[in-house]
Design a protein around this ligand. Structure first.
Ligand SMILES: [Mn+2]
Length: 333
Protein backbone atom coordinates (compact mmCIF):
# COMPACT_ATOMS: atom_id res chain seq x y z
CA UNK A 1 0.00 0.00 0.00
CA UNK A 2 1.35 3.43 -0.81
CA UNK A 3 1.28 5.76 2.15
CA UNK A 4 0.83 9.10 0.48
CA UNK A 5 0.17 11.83 3.00
CA UNK A 6 -3.18 12.71 1.59
CA UNK A 7 -4.79 15.68 3.24
CA UNK A 8 -8.52 15.57 2.75
CA UNK A 9 -11.65 17.54 3.63
CA UNK A 10 -14.74 16.36 5.56
CA UNK A 11 -16.58 15.57 2.30
CA UNK A 12 -13.86 13.15 1.24
CA UNK A 13 -13.87 11.59 4.72
CA UNK A 14 -17.64 11.06 4.45
CA UNK A 15 -17.06 9.37 1.13
CA UNK A 16 -14.55 6.98 2.73
CA UNK A 17 -17.08 6.12 5.45
CA UNK A 18 -19.59 5.21 2.77
CA UNK A 19 -17.10 3.24 0.70
CA UNK A 20 -15.75 0.83 3.34
CA UNK A 21 -17.71 -1.66 5.42
CA UNK A 22 -15.66 -3.05 8.29
CA UNK A 23 -14.21 -0.39 10.53
CA UNK A 24 -11.71 -0.41 13.34
CA UNK A 25 -11.72 2.80 15.37
CA UNK A 26 -8.83 3.63 17.71
CA UNK A 27 -8.07 6.60 19.92
CA UNK A 28 -5.30 7.79 22.20
CA UNK A 29 -4.09 6.47 25.57
CA UNK A 30 -5.72 8.00 28.67
CA UNK A 31 -8.77 8.79 26.58
CA UNK A 32 -10.50 12.04 27.55
CA UNK A 33 -14.02 13.30 26.94
CA UNK A 34 -13.25 14.28 23.38
CA UNK A 35 -11.54 11.00 22.47
CA UNK A 36 -14.41 9.00 23.98
CA UNK A 37 -17.31 11.19 22.84
CA UNK A 38 -15.94 11.32 19.29
CA UNK A 39 -15.23 7.60 19.13
CA UNK A 40 -18.61 6.61 20.59
CA UNK A 41 -20.42 8.98 18.23
CA UNK A 42 -18.68 7.61 15.17
CA UNK A 43 -19.24 4.04 16.34
CA UNK A 44 -22.99 4.64 16.66
CA UNK A 45 -23.20 6.48 13.38
CA UNK A 46 -21.46 3.74 11.42
CA UNK A 47 -23.60 1.10 13.10
CA UNK A 48 -26.71 3.01 12.04
CA UNK A 49 -25.32 3.05 8.53
CA UNK A 50 -25.28 -0.76 8.67
CA UNK A 51 -21.51 -1.13 8.88
CA UNK A 52 -19.46 -3.46 11.07
CA UNK A 53 -17.56 -1.40 13.60
CA UNK A 54 -15.23 -2.17 16.44
CA UNK A 55 -13.85 0.45 18.79
CA UNK A 56 -10.51 -0.48 20.30
CA UNK A 57 -9.87 1.35 23.57
CA UNK A 58 -6.54 1.48 25.41
CA UNK A 59 -8.26 0.68 28.71
CA UNK A 60 -11.63 0.40 30.43
CA UNK A 61 -13.82 3.46 29.98
CA UNK A 62 -13.07 5.78 32.95
CA UNK A 63 -15.90 5.81 35.48
CA UNK A 64 -16.82 9.39 34.71
CA UNK A 65 -17.75 8.38 31.16
CA UNK A 66 -19.33 4.95 31.61
CA UNK A 67 -22.82 6.50 31.37
CA UNK A 68 -21.95 7.66 27.88
CA UNK A 69 -20.53 4.40 26.54
CA UNK A 70 -22.73 2.62 24.03
CA UNK A 71 -23.31 -1.06 24.74
CA UNK A 72 -21.22 -3.59 22.82
CA UNK A 73 -18.54 -3.33 20.17
CA UNK A 74 -15.95 -1.99 22.58
CA UNK A 75 -12.82 -4.00 23.01
CA UNK A 76 -9.63 -3.66 25.00
CA UNK A 77 -7.65 -6.48 23.46
CA UNK A 78 -4.66 -5.94 21.25
CA UNK A 79 -4.72 -9.38 19.62
CA UNK A 80 -6.77 -8.21 16.68
CA UNK A 81 -7.69 -10.27 13.69
CA UNK A 82 -6.99 -7.86 10.84
CA UNK A 83 -9.05 -9.99 8.48
CA UNK A 84 -12.16 -8.63 10.24
CA UNK A 85 -11.51 -5.09 9.03
CA UNK A 86 -11.03 -3.20 5.82
CA UNK A 87 -10.52 0.32 7.18
CA UNK A 88 -9.02 1.92 10.25
CA UNK A 89 -9.83 5.31 11.79
CA UNK A 90 -7.61 7.10 14.30
CA UNK A 91 -9.40 9.74 16.37
CA UNK A 92 -7.82 12.64 18.33
CA UNK A 93 -4.41 10.96 18.08
CA UNK A 94 -1.46 13.13 16.98
CA UNK A 95 0.85 10.19 16.31
CA UNK A 96 0.11 6.49 15.93
CA UNK A 97 2.38 5.60 18.86
CA UNK A 98 -0.14 7.33 21.12
CA UNK A 99 -2.94 5.05 19.96
CA UNK A 100 -4.29 2.03 21.77
CA UNK A 101 -2.28 -0.37 19.64
CA UNK A 102 0.83 -0.27 21.77
CA UNK A 103 2.00 -3.78 20.98
CA UNK A 104 1.87 -3.39 17.25
CA UNK A 105 4.29 -2.19 14.72
CA UNK A 106 2.36 0.67 13.14
CA UNK A 107 4.16 0.41 9.86
CA UNK A 108 2.77 -3.07 9.35
CA UNK A 109 -0.91 -2.38 9.86
CA UNK A 110 -2.46 -3.94 6.77
CA UNK A 111 -5.36 -1.50 6.46
CA UNK A 112 -5.99 1.78 4.69
CA UNK A 113 -6.42 4.41 7.37
CA UNK A 114 -7.94 7.80 8.16
CA UNK A 115 -6.54 10.18 10.78
CA UNK A 116 -9.11 12.59 12.25
CA UNK A 117 -7.55 15.09 14.62
CA UNK A 118 -7.21 18.68 15.79
CA UNK A 119 -3.79 18.56 17.48
CA UNK A 120 -1.46 21.06 15.80
CA UNK A 121 1.47 18.66 16.17
CA UNK A 122 -0.30 15.84 14.30
CA UNK A 123 2.22 14.23 11.97
CA UNK A 124 -0.26 13.24 9.21
CA UNK A 125 0.68 9.59 9.49
CA UNK A 126 -2.33 7.92 7.88
CA UNK A 127 -3.17 7.23 4.27
CA UNK A 128 -5.84 9.95 4.51
CA UNK A 129 -5.49 12.82 6.97
CA UNK A 130 -8.21 15.16 8.12
CA UNK A 131 -6.37 17.39 10.59
CA UNK A 132 -7.94 20.73 11.46
CA UNK A 133 -5.96 22.56 14.18
CA UNK A 134 -8.57 25.34 14.27
CA UNK A 135 -11.17 22.85 15.46
CA UNK A 136 -11.71 22.97 19.22
CA UNK A 137 -12.28 19.22 19.45
CA UNK A 138 -12.05 16.10 17.33
CA UNK A 139 -15.81 15.90 17.94
CA UNK A 140 -16.22 19.08 15.94
CA UNK A 141 -14.49 17.47 12.95
CA UNK A 142 -16.56 14.29 13.29
CA UNK A 143 -19.64 16.53 13.21
CA UNK A 144 -18.44 18.15 9.98
CA UNK A 145 -17.98 14.71 8.43
CA UNK A 146 -21.41 13.49 9.50
CA UNK A 147 -23.00 16.67 8.18
CA UNK A 148 -21.23 16.12 4.87
CA UNK A 149 -22.81 12.69 4.65
CA UNK A 150 -26.33 13.65 3.62
CA UNK A 151 -27.59 10.09 3.82
CA UNK A 152 -28.07 9.64 7.53
CA UNK A 153 -29.70 11.57 10.33
CA UNK A 154 -27.68 12.56 13.38
CA UNK A 155 -29.64 11.11 16.32
CA UNK A 156 -29.95 12.90 19.69
CA UNK A 157 -27.62 10.27 21.19
CA UNK A 158 -24.92 10.94 18.59
CA UNK A 159 -25.42 14.70 18.99
CA UNK A 160 -24.96 14.33 22.76
CA UNK A 161 -21.71 12.39 22.34
CA UNK A 162 -20.33 15.04 19.99
CA UNK A 163 -21.42 17.73 22.45
CA UNK A 164 -19.61 15.84 25.22
CA UNK A 165 -16.37 16.01 23.22
CA UNK A 166 -16.80 19.71 22.52
CA UNK A 167 -17.77 20.57 26.10
CA UNK A 168 -14.78 18.75 27.54
CA UNK A 169 -12.18 20.11 25.12
CA UNK A 170 -13.44 23.70 25.50
CA UNK A 171 -13.96 23.45 29.28
CA UNK A 172 -17.62 24.22 28.63
CA UNK A 173 -16.71 27.12 26.34
CA UNK A 174 -14.30 28.83 28.72
CA UNK A 175 -10.99 28.00 27.04
CA UNK A 176 -9.26 29.98 24.35
CA UNK A 177 -10.35 27.53 21.64
CA UNK A 178 -14.02 28.56 22.08
CA UNK A 179 -14.32 29.91 18.56
CA UNK A 180 -17.43 31.30 16.86
CA UNK A 181 -17.44 28.11 14.80
CA UNK A 182 -17.44 25.72 17.74
CA UNK A 183 -20.26 27.69 19.32
CA UNK A 184 -22.24 27.45 16.08
CA UNK A 185 -21.58 23.73 15.95
CA UNK A 186 -22.71 23.41 19.57
CA UNK A 187 -25.88 25.34 18.73
CA UNK A 188 -26.58 22.96 15.85
CA UNK A 189 -26.03 19.99 18.16
CA UNK A 190 -28.56 21.50 20.59
CA UNK A 191 -31.01 21.76 17.71
CA UNK A 192 -30.38 18.05 17.11
CA UNK A 193 -31.43 17.50 20.75
CA UNK A 194 -28.04 16.96 22.36
CA UNK A 195 -28.64 16.58 26.09
CA UNK A 196 -26.53 19.51 27.28
CA UNK A 197 -28.14 19.57 30.71
CA UNK A 198 -27.13 15.96 31.38
CA UNK A 199 -23.59 16.49 30.11
CA UNK A 200 -22.99 19.55 32.29
CA UNK A 201 -24.48 17.85 35.34
CA UNK A 202 -22.37 14.72 34.87
CA UNK A 203 -19.14 16.48 33.98
CA UNK A 204 -19.13 19.53 36.24
CA UNK A 205 -21.70 19.19 39.01
CA UNK A 206 -20.95 15.66 40.16
CA UNK A 207 -17.62 15.78 41.97
CA UNK A 208 -17.22 13.25 44.81
CA UNK A 209 -16.69 14.90 48.20
CA UNK A 210 -13.39 13.02 48.65
CA UNK A 211 -12.10 14.66 45.48
CA UNK A 212 -12.95 18.14 46.83
CA UNK A 213 -11.25 17.35 50.13
CA UNK A 214 -8.22 16.04 48.29
CA UNK A 215 -8.10 19.26 46.31
CA UNK A 216 -8.46 21.38 49.45
CA UNK A 217 -5.53 19.60 51.08
CA UNK A 218 -3.41 20.00 47.95
CA UNK A 219 -4.14 23.72 47.82
CA UNK A 220 -3.45 24.18 51.52
CA UNK A 221 -0.23 22.18 51.72
CA UNK A 222 1.23 21.47 48.31
CA UNK A 223 0.77 24.55 46.18
CA UNK A 224 4.06 26.00 44.96
CA UNK A 225 4.77 29.11 42.97
CA UNK A 226 7.67 30.65 41.08
CA UNK A 227 8.31 33.36 38.49
CA UNK A 228 6.57 36.01 40.63
CA UNK A 229 3.51 33.79 40.95
CA UNK A 230 3.03 33.42 37.20
CA UNK A 231 3.97 29.74 37.47
CA UNK A 232 2.03 27.63 39.96
CA UNK A 233 2.06 23.89 40.41
CA UNK A 234 1.17 20.97 42.62
CA UNK A 235 3.36 18.00 43.14
CA UNK A 236 0.77 15.38 44.03
CA UNK A 237 2.15 13.08 46.76
CA UNK A 238 1.21 9.43 46.17
CA UNK A 239 0.25 9.16 49.87
CA UNK A 240 -2.42 11.82 49.37
CA UNK A 241 -3.86 9.99 46.38
CA UNK A 242 -4.11 6.94 48.58
CA UNK A 243 -5.60 8.81 51.55
CA UNK A 244 -8.54 10.10 49.51
CA UNK A 245 -8.65 7.17 47.10
CA UNK A 246 -8.87 9.53 44.14
CA UNK A 247 -8.58 8.65 40.50
CA UNK A 248 -5.77 10.72 39.04
CA UNK A 249 -7.33 10.26 35.64
CA UNK A 250 -9.66 13.13 36.46
CA UNK A 251 -7.05 15.85 36.90
CA UNK A 252 -8.99 18.47 34.95
CA UNK A 253 -10.69 19.70 38.13
CA UNK A 254 -7.35 19.86 39.90
CA UNK A 255 -5.66 21.93 37.27
CA UNK A 256 -8.77 24.16 37.26
CA UNK A 257 -8.19 24.97 40.92
CA UNK A 258 -4.76 26.35 39.99
CA UNK A 259 -5.92 28.10 36.86
CA UNK A 260 -8.49 30.21 38.69
CA UNK A 261 -5.89 31.77 41.00
CA UNK A 262 -5.27 35.45 40.21
CA UNK A 263 -1.89 36.15 38.69
CA UNK A 264 -1.11 32.62 37.51
CA UNK A 265 -0.26 32.28 33.81
CA UNK A 266 1.07 28.72 33.55
CA UNK A 267 -0.24 26.02 35.88
CA UNK A 268 1.07 22.50 36.24
CA UNK A 269 0.21 19.22 37.89
CA UNK A 270 3.28 17.13 38.60
CA UNK A 271 3.20 13.45 39.43
CA UNK A 272 5.68 10.67 40.02
CA UNK A 273 6.43 8.46 37.04
CA UNK A 274 8.72 5.47 36.69
CA UNK A 275 11.02 7.51 34.46
CA UNK A 276 10.86 10.78 36.37
CA UNK A 277 8.04 13.29 36.79
CA UNK A 278 5.00 13.55 34.60
CA UNK A 279 3.66 17.05 34.02
CA UNK A 280 0.32 18.27 32.76
CA UNK A 281 0.28 21.98 31.91
CA UNK A 282 -2.21 24.69 31.07
CA UNK A 283 -1.57 28.24 29.95
CA UNK A 284 -4.00 31.07 30.58
CA UNK A 285 -2.41 33.34 28.02
CA UNK A 286 -1.80 32.66 24.31
CA UNK A 287 1.51 34.54 24.66
CA UNK A 288 2.83 31.71 26.82
CA UNK A 289 2.93 28.39 25.01
CA UNK A 290 3.00 25.33 27.24
CA UNK A 291 3.11 23.29 24.02
CA UNK A 292 6.63 24.63 23.42
CA UNK A 293 7.68 23.53 26.91
CA UNK A 294 6.11 20.09 26.44
CA UNK A 295 7.94 19.52 23.15
CA UNK A 296 11.24 20.13 24.94
CA UNK A 297 10.23 17.81 27.75
CA UNK A 298 9.40 14.53 26.00
CA UNK A 299 5.81 15.42 25.34
CA UNK A 300 3.47 17.49 23.22
CA UNK A 301 -0.05 18.79 22.84
CA UNK A 302 -1.72 22.10 22.16
CA UNK A 303 -0.24 25.54 22.80
CA UNK A 304 -2.56 26.15 25.76
CA UNK A 305 -2.75 22.58 27.10
CA UNK A 306 0.08 20.12 26.93
CA UNK A 307 1.92 17.42 28.82
CA UNK A 308 5.39 15.99 29.12
CA UNK A 309 7.82 13.98 31.18
CA UNK A 310 10.77 15.41 33.09
CA UNK A 311 13.36 12.68 33.18
CA UNK A 312 15.17 13.25 36.43
CA UNK A 313 15.39 11.39 39.71
CA UNK A 314 14.48 14.00 42.30
CA UNK A 315 11.49 16.26 42.72
CA UNK A 316 13.77 19.19 43.44
CA UNK A 317 15.57 18.91 40.12
CA UNK A 318 12.30 18.31 38.26
CA UNK A 319 10.92 21.53 39.73
CA UNK A 320 14.09 23.37 38.81
CA UNK A 321 13.80 22.18 35.22
CA UNK A 322 10.15 23.20 35.10
CA UNK A 323 10.94 26.68 36.44
CA UNK A 324 13.78 27.14 33.93
CA UNK A 325 11.50 26.29 31.01
CA UNK A 326 8.70 28.51 32.31
CA UNK A 327 11.16 31.39 32.74
CA UNK A 328 12.24 30.84 29.15
CA UNK A 329 8.66 31.23 27.98
CA UNK A 330 7.97 34.29 30.15
CA UNK A 331 11.21 35.98 29.15
CA UNK A 332 10.73 35.36 25.43
CA UNK A 333 7.74 37.72 25.31
MN1 LIG B 1 -9.32 16.52 21.53
Amino acid sequence: MTMEKNKINPEKAAELLRKYNNFLIVTHENPDGDALGSSFALLLYLQLAGKNVQLLLPEQVPEKYTNFAPAGNLTYATGLDWANFDFMIYIDTPMPQRAALSELNFKNIPLPSLNIDHHPDNINYAQWNLVIPEAAAAAEIIFMILKADAELKITPEIASLLMLGIVMDTGAFRFDNSSPQVMRHAAELLELNADYHHIINEMFFSVPLSQIQFQAELISNHLRKACLGKLAWFFVPPALIEKYDVNMRNTEGLIESLRVICGTEIVVIMQEHKMGYKISMRSKNPKYSVGSIARKLNGGGHEMAAGGLIKTSTLKSAEKILITHAEGVFNAV
